[in-house]
Design a protein around this ligand. Structure first.
Ligand code: SF4
Length: 61
């Protein structure tokens, strides 16, 4: 699996998770595709992005 960022941010996706490897300036997502889980969620809070990957830089902070 590659963790390359896409050259173009995902259209229509706003993400404020700035600790994610795929997060790009302007609160956008640079992943090629994203997966949201879990199935049968019943609240907004219950859902999350399964594509999230910690930014390598954060381990240095
Ligand atoms: S992969 Fe998920 S958490 Fe990471 S920037 Fe994209 S939408 Fe946000």
């Amino acid at each position: 699996m590659t963790h390359e960022k896409n050259s173009q941010a995902l259209d229509g996706v706003k993400c404020i998770v700035n600790t994610c490897h795929y997060h790009v300036l302007g609160d956008l997502c640079g992943a090629k595709q994203i997966e949201i889980k879990p199935r049968n969620a019943s609240t907004t809070e219950e859902t999350d992005c399964a594509t999230f990957r910690p930014n390598e830089d954060n381990t240095l902070k």
